[in-house]
Write a protein that binds this ligand. Sequence first.
Ligand code: 5GP
Length: 128
Amino acid sequence: MSAGIPAYDKNNIFARILRGEIPCKKVYEDEHALAFYDINPQAKIHVLVIPKGAYVSMADFAAKAGDQEIAGFVRAVGKTAEKLGVVESGYRLLANHGPNSHQEVPHLHVHIFGGQKLGRMIAVERQA
Ligand code: 5GP
């Protein structure tokens, strides 16, 4: 385990999707990544792109993945956006890491939001 990064849980829901144990509505797949529709969409288009390797978050991926995996994953995000037809209209990428971000699934995923006007940036919780 690296500092601040929990150990990878191989039974997290996205690991199970990668193993084919749970179905998903696939958008794009190659040797490095899988992209599929989010089960609880927060925008007209809401797709998740995940690397095929076992990484908890972007911090874990940046620290441990090989250059080819990183390049392949970034390209897969770009190809998924192309397949979704949102390049011209625009889209937003989001990747949560850790408790402050409310990351739910401990396997790196990049959200792609699009298909509508998305408003400005993020909603921040009020501090007590
Ligand atoms: P996070 O909060 O970790 O950044 O986002 C996790 C996302 O995964 C959420 O948007 C949630 O709706 C989505 N999700 C959780 N379980 C499943 C599932 O079984 N299938 C799909 N397609 N999406 C899921």
